[in-house]
Design a protein around this ligand. Structure first.
Ligand code: AMP
Length: 223
Protein backbone atom coordinates (compact mmCIF):
# COMPACT_ATOMS: atom_id res chain seq x y z
CA UNK A 1 0.00 0.00 0.00
CA UNK A 2 1.34 3.42 -0.90
CA UNK A 3 -0.58 6.68 -1.06
CA UNK A 4 1.62 9.09 -2.94
CA UNK A 5 1.52 12.67 -4.13
CA UNK A 6 3.88 13.81 -6.87
CA UNK A 7 4.59 17.54 -6.78
CA UNK A 8 6.65 19.77 -9.00
CA UNK A 9 6.38 22.30 -11.81
CA UNK A 10 4.78 21.39 -15.13
CA UNK A 11 7.46 19.51 -17.07
CA UNK A 12 9.18 18.12 -13.96
CA UNK A 13 8.48 14.62 -15.32
CA UNK A 14 5.77 13.71 -12.80
CA UNK A 15 3.74 11.78 -15.39
CA UNK A 16 6.73 9.78 -16.58
CA UNK A 17 7.83 8.85 -13.05
CA UNK A 18 4.25 8.03 -12.08
CA UNK A 19 3.95 5.68 -15.04
CA UNK A 20 7.15 3.82 -14.01
CA UNK A 21 6.13 3.62 -10.35
CA UNK A 22 2.68 2.37 -11.44
CA UNK A 23 4.34 -0.46 -13.41
CA UNK A 24 6.51 -1.42 -10.42
CA UNK A 25 4.09 -1.02 -7.49
CA UNK A 26 0.82 -1.70 -9.37
CA UNK A 27 -0.99 1.31 -7.95
CA UNK A 28 -2.97 3.58 -10.30
CA UNK A 29 -1.58 6.79 -11.73
CA UNK A 30 -4.21 9.47 -11.24
CA UNK A 31 -3.45 12.57 -13.30
CA UNK A 32 -5.91 15.43 -12.92
CA UNK A 33 -4.43 17.03 -16.07
CA UNK A 34 -5.36 13.89 -18.07
CA UNK A 35 -8.84 13.79 -16.50
CA UNK A 36 -9.45 17.43 -17.47
CA UNK A 37 -8.03 16.97 -20.95
CA UNK A 38 -10.60 14.18 -21.43
CA UNK A 39 -13.44 16.33 -20.13
CA UNK A 40 -12.28 19.23 -22.34
CA UNK A 41 -12.78 17.11 -25.48
CA UNK A 42 -16.55 17.04 -25.00
CA UNK A 43 -18.91 19.67 -26.33
CA UNK A 44 -21.07 20.66 -23.33
CA UNK A 45 -20.87 23.95 -21.39
CA UNK A 46 -18.67 22.60 -18.57
CA UNK A 47 -16.18 21.13 -21.05
CA UNK A 48 -16.00 24.42 -22.91
CA UNK A 49 -15.31 26.30 -19.67
CA UNK A 50 -12.56 23.86 -18.68
CA UNK A 51 -11.03 24.05 -22.16
CA UNK A 52 -10.79 27.84 -21.89
CA UNK A 53 -9.21 27.68 -18.43
CA UNK A 54 -6.62 25.15 -19.59
CA UNK A 55 -5.78 27.10 -22.74
CA UNK A 56 -5.03 30.14 -20.59
CA UNK A 57 -2.83 28.00 -18.29
CA UNK A 58 -5.05 28.84 -15.31
CA UNK A 59 -6.23 26.48 -12.59
CA UNK A 60 -9.65 24.81 -12.65
CA UNK A 61 -11.67 25.94 -9.57
CA UNK A 62 -10.96 23.92 -6.40
CA UNK A 63 -14.53 22.78 -5.88
CA UNK A 64 -14.68 21.13 -9.28
CA UNK A 65 -11.20 19.57 -9.01
CA UNK A 66 -11.95 18.17 -5.55
CA UNK A 67 -15.19 16.61 -6.73
CA UNK A 68 -13.47 14.96 -9.71
CA UNK A 69 -10.63 13.62 -7.53
CA UNK A 70 -12.99 12.33 -4.84
CA UNK A 71 -14.91 10.41 -7.46
CA UNK A 72 -11.74 8.91 -8.94
CA UNK A 73 -10.21 7.94 -5.57
CA UNK A 74 -13.43 6.21 -4.56
CA UNK A 75 -12.99 3.71 -7.39
CA UNK A 76 -11.94 0.19 -6.47
CA UNK A 77 -8.45 0.28 -8.01
CA UNK A 78 -7.46 3.12 -5.63
CA UNK A 79 -8.27 1.10 -2.51
CA UNK A 80 -4.70 0.03 -1.84
CA UNK A 81 -2.87 3.06 -3.08
CA UNK A 82 -2.50 5.66 -5.79
CA UNK A 83 -0.10 8.16 -7.27
CA UNK A 84 -1.63 11.61 -7.49
CA UNK A 85 -0.01 13.59 -10.28
CA UNK A 86 -0.96 17.27 -10.59
CA UNK A 87 -3.09 17.28 -7.43
CA UNK A 88 -3.23 18.97 -4.95
CA UNK A 89 -2.17 22.27 -6.47
CA UNK A 90 -3.63 24.59 -3.80
CA UNK A 91 -3.75 24.43 0.00
CA UNK A 92 -7.54 24.15 -0.23
CA UNK A 93 -7.14 20.99 -2.30
CA UNK A 94 -4.52 19.62 0.14
CA UNK A 95 -6.89 20.14 3.08
CA UNK A 96 -9.73 18.49 1.14
CA UNK A 97 -7.49 15.48 0.38
CA UNK A 98 -6.44 15.14 4.04
CA UNK A 99 -10.08 15.12 5.10
CA UNK A 100 -10.99 12.62 2.41
CA UNK A 101 -8.15 10.27 3.40
CA UNK A 102 -8.88 10.48 7.10
CA UNK A 103 -12.57 9.70 6.49
CA UNK A 104 -11.50 6.72 4.40
CA UNK A 105 -9.12 5.57 7.21
CA UNK A 106 -6.05 6.08 5.02
CA UNK A 107 -2.79 7.90 5.53
CA UNK A 108 -0.51 9.61 3.06
CA UNK A 109 2.76 7.69 2.57
CA UNK A 110 4.71 10.61 1.08
CA UNK A 111 4.47 13.85 -0.87
CA UNK A 112 7.41 13.88 -3.26
CA UNK A 113 8.61 17.11 -4.84
CA UNK A 114 10.58 16.84 -8.09
CA UNK A 115 12.83 19.84 -8.17
CA UNK A 116 13.55 21.24 -11.67
CA UNK A 117 14.64 24.83 -12.57
CA UNK A 118 12.42 27.01 -14.82
CA UNK A 119 14.74 27.04 -17.86
CA UNK A 120 14.96 23.23 -17.90
CA UNK A 121 11.14 23.06 -17.70
CA UNK A 122 10.73 25.50 -20.63
CA UNK A 123 13.21 23.58 -22.75
CA UNK A 124 11.53 20.23 -21.97
CA UNK A 125 7.95 21.34 -22.52
CA UNK A 126 8.35 23.40 -25.66
CA UNK A 127 10.01 20.40 -27.33
CA UNK A 128 7.23 18.01 -26.27
CA UNK A 129 4.97 16.68 -29.06
CA UNK A 130 1.96 14.39 -28.90
CA UNK A 131 0.26 12.12 -31.43
CA UNK A 132 -3.30 13.46 -31.93
CA UNK A 133 -4.50 9.94 -32.77
CA UNK A 134 -3.07 7.64 -30.04
CA UNK A 135 -1.85 10.18 -27.46
CA UNK A 136 1.75 8.88 -27.45
CA UNK A 137 4.14 11.51 -26.15
CA UNK A 138 7.50 12.38 -27.72
CA UNK A 139 10.21 14.93 -27.04
CA UNK A 140 12.05 16.36 -30.03
CA UNK A 141 15.26 16.53 -27.94
CA UNK A 142 15.23 13.55 -25.58
CA UNK A 143 12.69 11.13 -27.13
CA UNK A 144 12.28 12.00 -30.83
CA UNK A 145 10.11 10.01 -33.27
CA UNK A 146 11.98 7.93 -35.85
CA UNK A 147 10.81 9.98 -38.87
CA UNK A 148 10.39 13.76 -39.05
CA UNK A 149 7.62 14.74 -36.67
CA UNK A 150 5.46 11.67 -37.33
CA UNK A 151 4.11 9.19 -34.76
CA UNK A 152 6.09 5.89 -34.84
CA UNK A 153 2.86 3.92 -34.31
CA UNK A 154 0.29 5.83 -36.40
CA UNK A 155 2.40 7.76 -38.94
CA UNK A 156 0.28 10.83 -38.09
CA UNK A 157 1.86 14.32 -37.85
CA UNK A 158 2.66 15.11 -34.21
CA UNK A 159 1.21 18.25 -32.64
CA UNK A 160 2.23 20.64 -29.87
CA UNK A 161 -0.31 20.93 -27.07
CA UNK A 162 -1.55 24.51 -26.68
CA UNK A 163 -0.40 24.56 -23.08
CA UNK A 164 3.15 23.54 -24.16
CA UNK A 165 3.71 26.78 -26.10
CA UNK A 166 6.51 28.87 -24.49
CA UNK A 167 4.35 31.77 -23.34
CA UNK A 168 1.84 29.42 -21.70
CA UNK A 169 4.61 27.30 -20.15
CA UNK A 170 6.17 30.37 -18.49
CA UNK A 171 2.74 31.45 -17.29
CA UNK A 172 2.03 27.95 -15.89
CA UNK A 173 5.39 28.06 -14.08
CA UNK A 174 4.44 31.38 -12.47
CA UNK A 175 1.01 29.99 -11.51
CA UNK A 176 2.80 26.95 -10.06
CA UNK A 177 5.14 29.11 -7.94
CA UNK A 178 2.34 31.31 -6.69
CA UNK A 179 -0.31 28.67 -5.99
CA UNK A 180 1.60 25.46 -5.31
CA UNK A 181 4.52 26.66 -3.17
CA UNK A 182 2.13 26.95 -0.18
CA UNK A 183 1.18 23.29 -0.78
CA UNK A 184 4.85 22.34 -0.51
CA UNK A 185 5.11 24.28 2.77
CA UNK A 186 1.94 22.54 3.97
CA UNK A 187 3.40 19.04 3.44
CA UNK A 188 6.77 20.13 4.80
CA UNK A 189 5.08 21.20 8.06
CA UNK A 190 3.20 17.87 8.15
CA UNK A 191 6.53 16.03 7.91
CA UNK A 192 5.65 14.02 4.76
CA UNK A 193 7.57 16.06 2.17
CA UNK A 194 10.56 14.55 0.32
CA UNK A 195 12.55 16.46 -2.30
CA UNK A 196 14.11 14.62 -5.26
CA UNK A 197 16.36 16.30 -7.85
CA UNK A 198 14.36 16.00 -11.09
CA UNK A 199 17.39 16.38 -13.37
CA UNK A 200 19.26 13.14 -12.54
CA UNK A 201 17.58 10.88 -15.13
CA UNK A 202 14.38 8.83 -15.04
CA UNK A 203 15.72 5.59 -13.54
CA UNK A 204 17.69 7.40 -10.78
CA UNK A 205 14.62 9.43 -9.88
CA UNK A 206 12.44 6.30 -9.78
CA UNK A 207 14.96 4.52 -7.49
CA UNK A 208 14.82 7.44 -5.10
CA UNK A 209 11.00 7.35 -5.12
CA UNK A 210 10.96 3.60 -4.36
CA UNK A 211 13.38 4.15 -1.49
CA UNK A 212 11.13 6.88 -0.05
CA UNK A 213 8.08 4.59 -0.35
CA UNK A 214 9.95 1.77 1.41
CA UNK A 215 10.97 4.09 4.25
CA UNK A 216 7.45 5.60 4.41
CA UNK A 217 5.95 2.14 4.82
CA UNK A 218 8.42 1.31 7.60
CA UNK A 219 7.51 4.53 9.39
CA UNK A 220 3.86 3.47 9.29
CA UNK A 221 4.68 0.00 10.67
CA UNK A 222 6.63 1.40 13.60
CA UNK A 223 3.68 3.38 14.89
P1 AMP B 1 -1.23 19.26 -16.00
O1 AMP B 1 -1.16 18.33 -17.17
O2 AMP B 1 -1.17 18.55 -14.68
O3 AMP B 1 -0.23 20.38 -16.08
O4 AMP B 1 -2.68 19.94 -16.04
C1 AMP B 1 -3.13 20.65 -17.17
C2 AMP B 1 -4.16 21.68 -16.76
O5 AMP B 1 -5.28 21.03 -16.11
C3 AMP B 1 -3.66 22.70 -15.75
O6 AMP B 1 -2.95 23.76 -16.35
C4 AMP B 1 -4.98 23.15 -15.12
O7 AMP B 1 -5.69 24.02 -15.98
C5 AMP B 1 -5.77 21.85 -15.03
N1 AMP B 1 -5.52 21.15 -13.74
C6 AMP B 1 -4.93 19.93 -13.58
N2 AMP B 1 -4.85 19.59 -12.27
C7 AMP B 1 -5.39 20.63 -11.59
C8 AMP B 1 -5.56 20.91 -10.20
N3 AMP B 1 -5.17 20.05 -9.24
N4 AMP B 1 -6.14 22.09 -9.86
C9 AMP B 1 -6.55 22.98 -10.79
N5 AMP B 1 -6.39 22.79 -12.11
C10 AMP B 1 -5.82 21.63 -12.52
Amino acid sequence: MAYLIFLGPPGAGKGTYAQRVHEILHIPHVSTGDIFRDIAKKEDELSKRIREIMERGELVPDELVNEVVKRRLSEKDCENGFILDGYPRTVNQAIFLDEYLSTAGKRLTAAILFDVPEDVVVQRLTSRRVCPKCGRIYNLVSLPPQRDELCDDCGVKLIQRDDDKEETVRHRYRVYLEKTKPVIDYYSKNGVLHVVDGTIGIENVVSKVLEIVRRGKNDTCEE
